[in-house]
Design a protein around this ligand. Structure first.
Ligand SMILES: Cc1cc2nc3c(=O)[nH]c(=O)nc-3n(C[C@H](O)[C@H](O)[C@H](O)COP(=O)(O)OP(=O)(O)OC[C@H]3O[C@@H](n4cnc5c(N)ncnc54)[C@H](O)[C@@H]3O)c2cc1C
Length: 469
């Protein structure tokens, strides 16, 4: 029986899905082992089928099929969920990778993008009109999972989170209906999509507000040696509190990469790094970043003007797909006292992998303006997000690297607001706790909305808003 205009029928162990425009891929197909891969090389899951959706009709068919067959359903946007929730064992993957259409409306300053779009593609289209939608800092990341969990990037303090800029979404709900969520239609659903994740259905397209950004920005990149790391972080803490909103920055503890601009004696040694993007007036950028760049005796300073597209891709090479292994956790920090800084520096010095980093994301500005109940995302009071990135190469280092990440998490827990960022979820070890702490008082409202759009918790491979806990 033909299930597909482009290929033969696929018989899965659980049934047969018919009438699609896109392909159905199963274990018997040559490209199954490629198409089941996600970004994190640690993830090795074998779904019963992968539906490569060609459009909304395919998503509707796939959702209905998955529900009728009682299959676990994974929804894949860009495949960059660090715990690999875009794929599952033995279930159905609703893969949106081929749904990558983008339409910019420069007059209205809006852009509509399908569920499989990546940040790089969105930037490419919007920058043609001098616009940008706030997204993350690595261009291969999917806009879908990123937006649904929040979305922090280089213009977060000027223009907010990705989800703050979401103005409407088309969603296929658990009963296979297509609904549009905007300020007039299903406004409760739009509220929930702004941080509440993939709990409410499959988002087939997103509409965003875009902002004038670039084409030129200024990127600061300043490296301090290990001996100065604590002082550099203390200076950063003070500077970050009053920096202009046009700047979104990180202080990063890392090990120096082997690049020509960093003196060879520092290669592979622990470092503290300032990285900042100024998206405002080019003339002001240098002046605004001066207090950061002038501090201490940096061992390298690579700062300068840069195209926005290049700034967006600045970290791309550090996050290769499939070949490396990753485990990421986080804390929103309530404060950053000297003891916390000393602990971070010490933990960085004894990381089992030189690719791992501890990232302080500067918050405040536009990120902090929405009230805790304005979006599902919740509380915005933290001055910093601590990203704990365990990045390593070899399977033999799995246990040590994951243990280090968990140790960092534990050691810095007392400085946390209690909330973690749902897009840096570890392995969802304590999913219920993470959801409770991330959403706080918003959780009851999210449960109510979940009950309306997904009463049987069909969409549960995410930071799950379960109804029974
Ligand atoms: C290299 C890298 C860099 C990152 N940088 C940043 C950053 O700068 N800022 C930041 O905030 N985060 C960042 N993240 C985290 C990122 O936001 C999450 O990993 C996010 O889940 C990625 O989205 P995706 O669509 O690629 O993921 P996928 O793995 O495809 O999906 C993740 C989850 O999102 C849900 N989902 C995906 N698509 C849909 C859809 N269309 N409808 C409904 N639910 C859907 C599903 O629940 C799925 O399990 C980064 C991650 C990586 C790997």
């Amino acid at each position: 029986m033909s299930v597909d205009a482009r290929g033969p029928a696929v018989e899965s162990p659980v049934g047969e899905i018919t009438g699609l425009r896109g392909r159905v891929v199963g274990p018997q197909d040559d490209d199954y082992d490629t198409l089941r891969l996600v970004w994190n090389g640690l993830v090795d899951k074998r779904p019963a089928l992968i539906v490569r959706c060609a459009g909304v009709a395919d998503v509707v068919s796939a959702v209905r099929f998955g529900r009728e067959q009682g299959l676990p359903i994974a929804v894949r946007g860009g495949g960059h969920n660090v715990a690999g929730r875009g794929v599952c064992d033995g279930g159905l993957v609703i893969d949106l990778s081929e749904m990558d259409g983008i339409r910019v409306d420069p007059e209205r300053g809006t852009v509509r993008a399908e569920g499989g779009v990546t940040i790089g593609a969105l930037d490419h289209e919007t920058q043609a009109f001098g616009l940008a939608v706030p997204m993350g800092v690595v261009t291969a990341t999917g806009i879908a999972g990123l937006t649904l969990g929040g979305g922090l990037g280089w213009v977060r303090r000027r223009h907010g989170l990705s989800c703050d800029n979401l103005i409407s979404a088309d969603v296929v709900t658990a009963d296979g209906r297509l609904v549009t969520a905007d300020d007039e239609r299903h406004p409760d659903l739009l509220w929930a999509l702004r941080g509440g994740g993939g709990n409410f259905g499959v988002v087939t397209s997103f509409e965003f507000r875009a902002h004038p950004v670039g084409p030129q920005v200024y990127l600061a990149f300043v490296v301090h040696a290990a001996a100065d790391a604590e002082a550099a972080l203390r200076h950063y803490r003070g500077w970050a509190a009053s920096a202009p909103e046009e700047i979104s920055s990180f202080a990063i503890l890392w090990h120096a990469p082997e690049i020509d601009e960093i003196p060879v004696e520092h290669h592979h040694t622990p470092i503290a790094l300032y990285v900042a993007v100024h998206c405002g007036e080019p003339d002001r950028a240098e002046q605004d970043l001066e207090p950061l760049r002038a501090f201490g005796s940096p061992v390298a300073d690579l700062s300068g003007p840069m195209g926005y597209l290049d700034a967006q891709a600045f970290f791309d090479a550090d996050y290769p797909a499939h070949e490396m292994r990753y485990y990421w956790k986080s804390h929103f920090l309530r404060e950053l006292p000297d003891e916390a800084i000393a602990t971070m520096v010490e933990l960085n010095e004894r990381t089992p992998s030189p690719h791992s980093t501890l990232d302080l994301w500067q918050l405040g500005g536009a990120f902090a303006r929405p009230g805790p109940g304005d979006t599902a995302f919740g509380d915005r009071s933290a001055p910093f997000l601590l990203g704990i990135e365990c990045n390593w190469e070899h399977e033999t280092d799995d246990a040590a690297c994951i243990a280090w990440g968990r140790e960092v998490f534990r050691e810095l827990q007392s400085y946390s607001t209690g909330a973690q960022y749902v897009n840096f979820p570890g392995f969802y070890e304590d999913d219920a706790g993470m959801v409770r702490d991330a959403f706080g008082p918003n959780l009851d409202r999210l449960r109510e909305i979940k009950r309306r759009y997904d009463p049987t918790n069909l969409f549960r491979l995410n930071h799950n808003i379960a109804l029974d806990r």
